[in-house]
Design a protein around this ligand. Structure first.
Ligand code: OSB
Ligand code: MG
Length: 369
């Protein structure tokens, strides 16, 4: 497969409800879509960087420049044996895994379409026909609003609730959630809002038998998480800190976590995501698929990824309508009343692109390379 062109499009999409984490509140997404062309066929990917460099160092503007001026040019015009070649071809670039991973994912979708396969088969998935779904609920303006949101998502069938926490929105809030919902599968995500100095506060969370606490300490830390895990009954799940299979090996070696959240972009695409998956599987560490408020394109890629065997826990991949009044794929991603997404058998990522709508919300378009 010789990559003839890579085209970047930035689309602006308002969220149906703001999403607040310990690091910021988002009302509107600026998403970079990647179209990779070969043999007269197009494959599509999504760069999952946020609008600001607050989750990690990546953000829309930087990702655009990296994809257009560095990662794209290393792939355009190349004869690739497989989409797995993209990761080593762009490895000269330090970091910027989301920018690199959006291109890599587009090439996997392209390869799937050229071979007439659904994406999940192309990446070696297919362990399940339906993927189990949870939801990630942001910090709300009040506890009653949070309780109502949880109620709505449980009624829709979602299998577990993740709530965002930060200092000032943690123990007392989770206590109220547990009083109202004593039996649900519940977890908390701190997005690096704490330090080891908060150990006693984090130990109070043990009383609420959470499934896990996600990335409580620094975004790039493994060692302090190992120290914290020793003091907690609650399992630690690492998100931000795991950017490669090597990081997963190190975290497992020092017992920094018992669970890992895999995000396609954060680790630089499908090839590395599979390696992280395999490292965890060999060590008996379950994984689940994280989300980055993706459009239907990134969401469909997450669904394919979630069909690998060790994705045994419900992920943050949920229905399009929780994010968008209108998604850019047709049909939108839907979740059944048991909190599952049926995996599409269609060729490629499994949904149709709504090209007219994409055109109408595109704020920037440029070829890479
Ligand atoms: O830490 O998992 C995270 C959203 C943006 C940045 C980081 C995170 C999240 C989420 C939302 O939790 C997951 C989703 O619903 O897409
Ligand atoms: Mg997280």
């Amino acid at each position: 497969m010789k990559i003839d062109a890579i085209v970047l499009r930035q689309v602006r999409m308002p969220l149906v409800h703001f999403f607040e984490t310990s690091f910021s509140r988002t009302y509107e997404r600026d998403i970079i879509l990647v179209e990779a062309r070969a043999n007269g066929v197009s494959g599509w990917g999504e760069i999952t960087a946020g609008e600001h460099p607050f989750y990690n160092e990546e953000w829309t503007e930087a990702a655009w420049r990296i994809a257009k001026d560095y990662a794209g040019p290393r792939v355009v015009g190349r004869e690739l044996a497989t989409a797995a070649d993209v990761y080593p071809l762009t490895a000269h670039i330090r970091g910027h895994n989301m920018a690199r991973g959006g291109i890599e994912a587009a090439v996997w979708d392209l390869q799937a379409r050229i071979n007439g396969n659904p994406l999940w088969r192309e990446i070696g998935g297919g362990a399940r026909k339906k993927i189990p779904c949870g939801v990630s609920i942001g910090i709300q303006d009040s506890v009653p609003e949070l309780l109502e949101k949880i109620d709505t998502e449980l009624a829709a069938g979602y299998q577990r609730i993740k709530m965002k926490i930060k200092p000032g929105w943690d123990v007392e809030v989770i206590r109220e959630v547990r009083q109202q919902f004593p039996d649900i599968r519940l977890m908390a995500d701190a997005n690096s809002a704490y330090t080891l100095a908060d150990t006693e506060r984090l130990r109070e969370l043990d009383a609420f038998y959470l499934m896990m606490i996600e990335q409580p300490l620094a975004h790039d830390d493994i060692i302090d998480h190992a120290a914290l895990q020793k003091k907690l009954d609650t399992a630690i799940c690492l998100d931000e800190a795991i950017r490669s299979a090597h990081h997963a090996e190190q975290a497992i070696q020092v017992s920094a976590c018992r669970i890992i959240n895999i995000k396609l972009g954060r680790v630089g695409g499908f090839a590395e995501a599979k390696r992280v998956h395999d490292v965890c599987e060999d060590a008996g560490i379950p994984v689940w698929c994280g989300g980055m408020l993706e459009s239907g394109v990134g969401r469909a890629h997450n669904i394919a990824l979630s069909t690998l065997p060790n994705f045994t826990l419900p992920g943050d991949v949920s229905a399009s309508k929780r994010y968008w009044k209108r998604d850019i794929v047709v049909p939108p991603v839907e979740v059944d009343c048991e909190g599952q997404i049926a995996v599409s058998d269609e060729v490629g990522f499994g949904y149709e692109l709504d090209h007219d709508y994409i055109r109408s919300i595109t704020v920037r378009e440029e070829a890479a390379g």
